[in-house]
Design a binder for this molecule. Sequence first.
Ligand code: FAD
Length: 382
Amino acid sequence: MNHPADDIAIIGAGPLGLATALALARRGHTPQIFDARSAAASQTDSRILALSQGSRDLLELLGAWPAAQATPIRRILVSQQGHFGQTHLDVTEQRVAALGYVVPARHLTAALQASARAWGLRVAYDTRAKLQHADSTQASLQITHADASLHEVRTSLIAHCEGHIPDAEVALSRDYDQHALLCRATPATPHENLAHERFTPQGPLALLPHGSDYAVVWTVSAARADALMSAPDTEWLAQIQAAIGPHIQLTNISERARHPLGLRMRSQTTGPRCVWLGNAAQTLHPVAGQGFNLALRDAWELADTLTGAADPGAPDLLARYARRRQPDRQGAARFTDLLVRSFSNDQPLLAAARGAGLLALDALPPLRGFVARRMIYGARNF
Ligand SMILES: Cc1cc2nc3c(=O)[nH]c(=O)nc-3n(C[C@H](O)[C@H](O)[C@H](O)COP(=O)(O)OP(=O)(O)OC[C@H]3O[C@@H](n4cnc5c(N)ncnc54)[C@H](O)[C@@H]3O)c2cc1C
């Protein structure tokens, strides 16, 4: 079914805004998209994403899988620094081609931009959008262009994909006093598609195979991040090497960046003629690599819910969307929060419990299979 032009407006043309637009376009909608930044700005995004097989399947359906820049993860070693206990997840045991894929966010956005162009979707860059009014019949946005001129856009539904939650709308927030330091690290020997998730007293350290290097996501306290940002590459190399242990030798560090981390949950993910998705609904710590995977499921569910809808902003449809997404978003938030809080400390009792948990996981293939399936496909199979 075809809908009137511009029946949905999307705020934000990051990876989620574009994926949402494509998912809606596949269902016959013609969303228009606004982004405050330029089209080229996304190419400065330093985030590296671990994407599940479920996300790959969805991105392929959207014509936006960046195959050439995606490195498959074939094994994962989970361990903790300074204590016993570790477990392996393996593609052979799980009977899948990959446990996940490592993709730089900038390449993902470029693939989504290309697909959006192919679909003829309109993205207005350098254009800030602000909710102006919403009632039972329509919503309106105030649009501010780069030259400061203003105009109004009326629409049936506003999909908020702006990547953050204003303080006034946060229902639950947790400041872990952790920042993510990101870099590339070159291993002395080929990584053979083995990813490492290592829990240290300061926070988790992930080494994700990408190309012939590792993409490193290193969680440290804000104070340590301040000190390290002004330290030389050799200091990063020494400290990452000490945290990961001698079984991997790293020879070089490059492309350093930093991101503050925390948990923020929006109180309501829908309102009159508005829906909030992805980081605009829930911003998670990246420890379990859930953020964009979860966001993509938001986009997919929204498009599913609005299939064939004459009025995409109808309250019953938005209520159905919010109800369906609630278990997945709450589950991902709880899982992530539990991981961060129980693994980012050095209490002897907790360290022993963690070690026992990792040993149990290693000894029990069905339990390992459950964890692997959650990582590979997310909360449900597609
Ligand atoms: C260190 C780190 C590691 C991560 N690792 C993973 C991982 O391994 N796996 C995973 O799934 N997720 C991961 N994530 C989460 C993932 O990066 C995010 O979920 C995802 O990139 C967010 O995309 P987005 O499109 O929602 O937001 P953004 O990329 O922030 O895009 C939002 C866009 O909205 C625009 N915008 C904002 N306000 C307005 C406005 N008023 N008007 C117009 N435009 C506006 C902005 O200009 C921007 O372009 C990680 C995050 C971090 C910080």
